[in-house]
Design a protein around this ligand. Structure first.
Ligand code: GLA
Length: 393
């Protein structure tokens, strides 16, 4: 096992940096995923309705192009090992064709384990077969979720008590196996690792051709969980770039568990993090506020900026937090966050972020030119709120 681990590490190091297939995920992938709202009840009709809404609401044209079916689409394998969808998904190829006919892309979900997190069929032992089938269905995105493979890792750990890397090496090999199987199909398929940040996937994911990897455990539709994930991303910026992104999990905007200010905080933080933007709400029931948050063009442009740099924390003081993200053209996006329970003033020194003399300040959520400013810029921010700025020369 020691030799195996050494070889795995040598391999991964040798192929870094090879950032997946050229051109895929040049900017953080955007789209919709069924899980956060529909969870284990999702149907073909729900997914088609989401595709329709992506078009009619203008979300597709704002950049949300992936339509990703998460866990629970799977049925049983037949005698040849071919996995069939369950009754809620009569025809995956037809679903893919429908999604493509709308100018959208088709995403799917599986696990390196025998079972998925929802207890449905995983891809263990059928990686190449499944990858070929996805390609035949026209799949453009695969989320590959660790879940039951953790049993195999525990077993490896027990069998090799002398080798602290046995479990992780097995996991990396399993993710490499599917990465290779996807590459072998010849179809460009975004490869999204979902293993909750176990063993720092930002260090080895790119070497396996992964285009994004979850950095944490699951999000839920509460302010507490969302900020716990979002603000824990400090220090990861250097691992993201065109073709390979840190993924702090999908969006909860529009699911109803947070206030409008809290959802603006969610969206602001995710765009500063250059996070994949996968809406997770019921698109057939969006309020005007949900739409204006998800489709704010300038917020999206921060996320999708061509420079492809993830933002990071500038400073934190108690419940006040300031993050910046370098943008193309020498501009800088700034998030001033107030996590406290009352209105607070939050400041940023424009000189400290590279603007000597005066700079142009644009307030994204207000859609307002704040004029030319110099020195310390202060914004009054409601509880759990944010001011998102773009500063330029
Ligand atoms: C895990 C993932 C979620 C979702 C579910 C599906 O919890 O992290 O995003 O895919 O599994 O079962």
């Amino acid at each position: 096992m020691r030799t195996f681990v050494a070889l795995t590490i040598a391999f991964v190091t040798a192929v870094i940096p090879v950032y997946g297939q050229a051109g895929i995920a040049a900017t953080p992938p955007m789209g919709w995923n069924s899980w956060n709202h529909f969870a284990g009840h999702v149907t073909d009709a729900d997914v088609r309705a989401a595709a329709d809404e992506l078009v009619s609401t203008g979300m597709r044209d704002a950049g949300y192009v992936y339509v990703n079916v998460d866990d629970t689409w799977q049925g049983k394998r037949d005698a040849d090992g071919v996995l069939h969808p369950n009754d809620r998904f009569p025809d995956m190829k037809a679903l893919g064709d429908y999604i493509h006919s709308k100018g959208l892309k088709f995403g799917i979900y599986s696990s390196p384990g025998a079972k998925t997190c929802g207890g449905y069929e995983g891809s263990l032992g059928h990686e190449a077969q499944d990858a070929k089938m996805y390609a035949a269905w026209g799949v453009d995105f695969l989320k590959y979720d660790l879940c039951s493979f953790q049993d195999n890792m525990h077993k490896a750990e027990a069998e090799h008590p002398d080798d602290p890397n046995a479990a992780n090496a097995l996991m990396v090999a399993a993710y490499k196996k599917m990465g290779d199987a996807l590459k072998a199909t010849g179809r460009p398929i975004v490869y999204s690792l979902c293993q909750y940040g176990v063993d720092q996937p930002w260090k080895w994911g790119p070497g396996l051709g992964a285009n994004m990897w979850r950095t944490t455990d699951d999000i839920n539709d509460t302010y507490g969980r969302m900020i716990a994930i979002g603000f824990s991303q400090a220090g990861l910026a250097k691992y993201a770039g065109p073709g390979h992104w840190n993924d702090p999990d999908m969006l909860e905007v529009g699911n109803g568990g947070m206030t409008e200010d809290e959802y603006k905080t969610h969206m602001s933080l995710w765009v500063l993090l250059a996070a994949p933007l996968l809406a997770g709400n019921d698109l057939t029931k969006m309020s005007e506020a949900d739409k204006s948050i998800l489709m704010n063009k300038e917020a999206i442009a921060i996320d999708q900026d061509a420079l492809g740099k993830q933002g990071d924390r500038l400073y934190e003081s108690g419940d006040l937090d300031v993050w910046t993200k370098p943008l193309s053209g020498g501009r800088v996006a700034v998030g001033l966050f107030n996590r406290s329970w009352s209105v607070r003033d939050v400041s940023v020194d424009l000189e400290k972020i590279g603007f000597k003399g005066n700079a142009k300040v644009w307030n994204v959520w207000q859609g307002k030119d704040m004029g030319r400013r110099s020195g310390v810029y202060t914004s009054r921010i409601p509880k759990h709120g944010v001011t998102l700025l773009v500063v330029s020369k």
